[in-house]
Design a protein around this ligand. Sequence first.
Ligand SMILES: O=C(O)[C@H](O)[C@@H](O)[C@H](O)[C@H](O)COP(=O)(O)O
Length: 223
Amino acid sequence: MKIETYPDREMLAIDVANLLAGELENCLFQHDTASFAVPGGTTPGPIFDALCAADLDWSRVHVMLTDERWVAPDHPRSNAALVRERLLVDRAAQAHFVPFYRAGQTPQEAAADLAQALDPELPISVLLLGMGADMHTASLFPGAEGLERALASDAPALCPIVAPGQPEPRMTLSARVLNDAMSKHLVIFGEDKRDAIDRAARLPPEEAPINAVMDEGVVHWAA
Ligand SMILES: O=C(O)[C@H](O)[C@@H](O)[C@H](O)[C@H](O)COP(=O)(O)O
């Protein structure tokens, strides 16, 4: 994994937003649409704030989540809510969005239908990832129920996950689908996550799931 270091988080957010916009635009020169997978959590917000105003044909960009906490779209922990509030505004409001949460269904019940809906969007054109200090990414958590299947080379596109310490079930893109993305960018802030990247290099994917999704990927880091 190549690691790019930035002087501060603001510079990182602006530079990575410009980089992602450029990659989406390049994809749109060559294809009718571009698929763009994004994480939840606290890291991507400032990147979304800078990216949503990018002058590109957002009507041909298909945004999806890397994973979802299985909560209603009006729940404060919803990743779909974060994307709708911070990314799908301004020019990017024209983008097509594929939320995961299905009311009245469990992740297990929804996975097959969702995978069918996502299939035309794969492989992912541009992937943005976050990571926890425990080296999880998307909802590929070490020790989670469903992790082995989500890491398998023949995993379905979407996998249900029940992770220790997480308040709700999750749905995640599988490691295979994430790693197949045409371009992959991991954004991390702080010393703990920087140390975790170094630790991950010496661990198997089941202990450091980030290792299963970042082949030829770029890590963008600010303290
Ligand atoms: O649903 C989620 O929580 C994300 O998709 C998850 O994979 C996130 O990227 C990491 O947990 C880092 O979260 P922070 O950005 O909040 O540190």
